[in-house]
Design a protein around this ligand. Structure first.
Ligand SMILES: Cc1cc2nc3c(=O)[nH]c(=O)nc-3n(C[C@H](O)[C@H](O)[C@H](O)COP(=O)(O)O)c2cc1C
Ligand code: SF4
Ligand code: SF4
Length: 320
């Protein structure tokens, strides 16, 4: 996968001058399709795994898992970082969910997929949650499937679910327009309905013995991923450190950081290795993680929700 991206990156940069005017018309990049036959058209066990920073992907993943459970399937589900990878070879379906970060699936989710054992025909499906409106969501979900297909999984589904955006750079303290930025709280009951339908679709695909074909296309947003937008965005963020007086040492930020960039002993953040995922600020309940942009302090996603009296909509499956 790395080689393909490197190749594309070089080609894209070289071709930038000529193709830029026609990018929005979607140039096909590659086709994601089964390379091996489907292992079986029966599903007894499934794994539904996700990476979720602020809960949207997790809620959708739980609904998906519980819908499959209702159909008599034994489902192992949870955060992909907590999973014992040895179980993967023994399941009859793998579903992986991720938020869209910087128009793509985060690198550490791709790395996780790359670290999986060979899947030998196990049906695989992907979903992403995104804050949109247009953020290359389809291609981001393709990234998940592409990785799974390279591991010899057989693609049976791909979906994206619009959600409230957790992109912290939009949440600045004392920003008087804060409530106008997002007035719909997603995922909502309609989203969960779509997730249940997606679970049913995946199951029926496998039972029919069908696989699906997906085509990644070169959109303007896809093109921009070749220039690593997180590194450019980093130029807009400064004073990223822990406020010693507020920090209670709970360790949540360290646990959430995918790049081990946080040092609690010195209350510092290694901004060179930080990939600006906002996992630290978004999950610190004590407002101890300092990040600023244009001399304005950023606030966490949860603080943003609280300040604006916004409440998450829970699916029936999770309401007890
Ligand atoms: C660092 C970062 C980058 C993001 N980039 C995008 C993006 O490129 N396109 C998009 O549609 N949403 C983007 N979002 C919004 C998230 O994809 C969305 O809020 C998602 O549902 C979060 O999932 P989670 O709650 O499971 O972490 C971004 C959010 C963060 C924190
Ligand atoms: S999450 Fe917040 S309070 Fe907890 S260790 Fe990190 S900075 Fe300190
Ligand atoms: S330090 Fe950087 S990489 Fe680590 S959680 Fe915070 S924003 Fe993400």
């Amino acid at each position: 996968m790395e080689n393909r991206r490197c190749f594309l990156k070089k080609s894209a940069i070289m071709a930038a001058g000529t193709i830029f005017p026609v990018l929005p018309s979607c140039i096909p990049l590659n086709t994601i399709e089964a390379k091996v036959p489907l292992k079986s058209n029966k599903i007894k066990n499934a794994a539904v795994l996700w990476y979720s920073q602020t809960g949207n992907t997790q809620k959708c993943g739980k609904v998906l898992a519980k819908t499959l459970e209702k159909k008599g399937i034994k489902v192992i589900y949870g955060d992909l970082r907590d999973i014992d990878k040895s179980i993967i070879s023994n399941v009859d379906l793998i579903v992986i969910g991720s938020p869209v970060f910087y128009y793509d699936t985060p690198e550490f989710v791709k790395d996780f997929i790359e670290s999986l054992p060979e899947l030998n025909g196990i049906p695989v499906a992907a979903y992403v949650t995104f804050g949109g409106p247009e953020g290359n969501q389809y291609n981001a979900a393709c990234s998940i499937l592409e990785g799974l297909v390279q591991k010899k999984g057989v693609p049976v589904g791909l979906e994206s679910f619009m959600s409230i955006s957790s992109y912290s750079l939009s949440f600045k303290e004392n920003d008087i327009n804060i409530t106008t930025k997002q007035n719909t709280i997603l995922p909502d009951q309609n989203t969960y309905k779509k997730v249940r339908e997606y679970a049913e679709f995946i199951k029926s695909q496998i039972e029919k013995g069908s696989s699906s074909v997906f085509k990644r296309t070169l959109t303007l947003r896809e093109f921009s991923t070749y220039f690593e937008p997180e590194w450019w965005t980093k130029l807009a963020v400064d004073n990223h450190y822990i406020i010693e007086q507020k920090c209670v040492g709970c360790g949540t930020c360290v646990e959430k950081c995918p790049t081990n960039s946080i040092d609690l002993d010195s209350f510092s953040v290694n901004t060179k290795t930080c990939i600006l995922c906002f996992g630290c600020i978004n999950n610190c309940q004590y407002q101890a993680m300092n990040m600023e942009s244009n001399n304005k302090k950023l606030i966490s996603f949860h603080e943003y929700m609280k300040k604006n009296n916004l409440k998450f909509v829970l699916p029936n499956e999770l309401k007890d």
